[in-house]
Design a binder for this molecule. Structure first.
Ligand code: SAH
Ligand code: SF4
Ligand code: F3S
Length: 477
């Protein structure tokens, strides 16, 4: 999904193990932790919680798994190839473990939750299997392994949000950070494994979210992305002691407003919006605050109402178009991206054409596109035959990808000749003479360095040319 040019990863199978080398603030226990993450941004965010829990116990972090005492792999189950990638990677840990038999190898995240103790039978090298709601138990579980055992904790929780844990920013550029605002998912999209691996939806304490944003801003961060599988269903009722007055429930629009008020200099992004839940109130809040980025990730999955029903998405083609129309009406300059699945069970050629025509209707700025991959235990796996041949799924996917490339180019060309407000995030991958950063609509912009501005500053950039993924320009005052 997210290519190099996009940094707000929300869900893919890419890997990021190159964490910073950090030492604990308290006393060190002399052991080193290596943690590698796959999947969506929530997994990356969880790895920062895991690092925080272990650093509290005196662990240092390392970038090199060969010198680690504890090696964790935080896994994704969303598609079959995501799981395959993890299994291949585990093989690469084998020789390191052979050299250092005391090394603890742990599997965390969605695959751990899906496969549970079975993982220990299937992968002999693995010592610990820990699901996404059991990370507080990690120090105990490691202790069990040190004593010669193997350990599993895959209990899901209805309350855990890790609200009190201050994540260690492992992969940060010091400018942008992610804040988990909720966990789990209560939707039952028939293709999706997430409700099984992440459990019930629960929203995190509003004050802890605002405080985390404030702390990040005080530490020099300029952009936060609020994360959840379905952020628009965020709902938190503050807990009150007996005798105290009840506090009103906070919804997502209100949360957005509260975070936006931390500072006009702090940019706010969020992901993911479910088309059934995104309200006009959210759109008006986005329009009201200049520092809420005008960009919405609105996964459509399919453009055909019958397929959407089979997918249990609970909206149809007309509803989705209505939401897009509302976005265009209330926030005309808003960027929109999406997720598409091709070749879902029983999808006909005509129905696939409706996905293409939906894309023509919206002209997405960006899309993450996948061939359907049946996941064991999901509603679709139980109810429907995975009956679209692999080559048909792939051919439909190619059509979707090709069309999206044209739309991305169309959108990005619109920025040529216009001035964009860009947050400088760092140096361009190609040259240390060029800065890069994104505009409001999440488009990557590259422009020559100017000594008057540093990473973390906002600048006005005039778009001069583009590729289908990057806008090229120069700073104007
Ligand atoms: N909560 C988000 C999606 C999280 S999963 C939402 O509801 O939009 C990210 C994306 O992976 C999904 O939007 C979907 O496009 C894709 N996906 C999920 N399960 C899949 C499967 N079994 N096969 C192919 N793609 C899948
Ligand atoms: Fe999966 Fe649907 Fe939940 Fe997204 S909303 S995580 S696709 S079940
Ligand atoms: Fe995310 Fe993959 Fe789990 S997309 S929620 S890490 S299955």
């Amino acid at each position: 999904m997210l290519e190099l040019t996009h940094t707000t990863k929300t869900h893919d199978e890419s890997r990021q193990g190159e964490a910073l080398e950090l030492v604990p603030t308290g006393s060190s226990n002399g052991r080193k932790l290596y943690i590698e993450s796959y999947g969506c941004q929530m997994n990356f965010s969880d790895s920062e919680i895991v690092a925080s829990i272990l650093m509290d116990k005196g662990y240092e972090t390392t970038r090199d798994f060969k010198e680690a005492d504890v090696v964790f792999i935080n896994t994704c189950s969303i598609r079959e190839n995501a799981e395959q990638r993890v299994r291949n990677r585990l093989k690469e840990f084998e020789s390191a473990k052979a050299k250092n038999p005391g090394m603890v190898v742990g599997v965390l995240g969605c695959m751990a939750e899906r496969l549970k103790a079975k993982f220990l039978e299937e992968e002999k090298l693995v010592d610990v299997v820990v699901g996404p709601d059991a990370y507080r138990d990690l120090p105990n579980l490691i202790e069990k392994v040190d004593e010669g055992g193997r350990a599993v904790n895959v209990l899901l929780s209805r309350e855990e949000t890790y609200a009190d844990i201050n994540p260690v920013r492992l992969n940060s550029n010091g400018i942008s950070a992610f804040i988990s605002i909720m966990r789990g998912c209560d939707n039952m999209c028939s293709f999706c494994v997430v409700p099984f691996t992440r459990g019930r939806e629960r929203s995190r304490d509003v004050d802890s979210i605002v405080k985390e944003a404030q702390d990040l801003f005080n530490a020099g961060y300029k952009e936060v992305t609020l994360l959840g599988q379905n952020v628009d269903s965020y709902k938190y009722t503050p807990k009150v002691a007996e005798g105290e007055e009840e506090q009103p429930t906070v919804n997502f629009a209100q949360l957005l407003g509260k975070v936006a008020e931390v500072s006009p200099e702090l940019r706010i992004r969020f992901s993911t919006s479910h088309p059934k839940d995104i309200t006009d109130e959210v759109l008006y809040t986005m329009a009201r605050y200049e520092n809420i980025c005008k960009y919405i990730h609105l996964p459509v999955q399919s453009g055909n109402s019958r397929v959407l029903e089979l997918m249990n998405r609970t909206y149809d083609r007309e509803w989705y178009k209505g939401r897009v129309d509302a976005i265009r009406r209330i926030i005309p300059e808003c960027g929109i991206s999406t997720d598409v699945i091709t070749g879902f069970c029983t999808e006909t050629e005509e129905e696939h054409q409706e996905t293409l025509s939906m894309m023509d209707y919206v002209k997405y700025d960006y899309a993450y596109m996948f061939a359907y991959s049946e996941r064991p235990g999901t509603l679709a796996a139980k109810r429907y035959a995975d009956d679209i041949p692999e080559e048909v799924k792939k051919r439909r996917l190619t059509e979707v990808v090709d069309l999206q490339r044209a739309h991305s180019l169309y959108r990005i060309q619109n920025f040529v000749g216009k001035v964009q407000r860009v947050l400088i995030e760092g140096f361009s991958k190609r040259s240390d003479q060029d800065y890069c950063g994104r505009n409001d609509q999440n488009t990557m912009v590259v422009f020559p360095m100017d000594a008057r501005y540093k990473v973390g500053d906002y600048v006005n950039v005039l778009g001069e040319s583009c590729t289908s993924a990057t806008l090229i320009g120069r700073i104007v005052d």
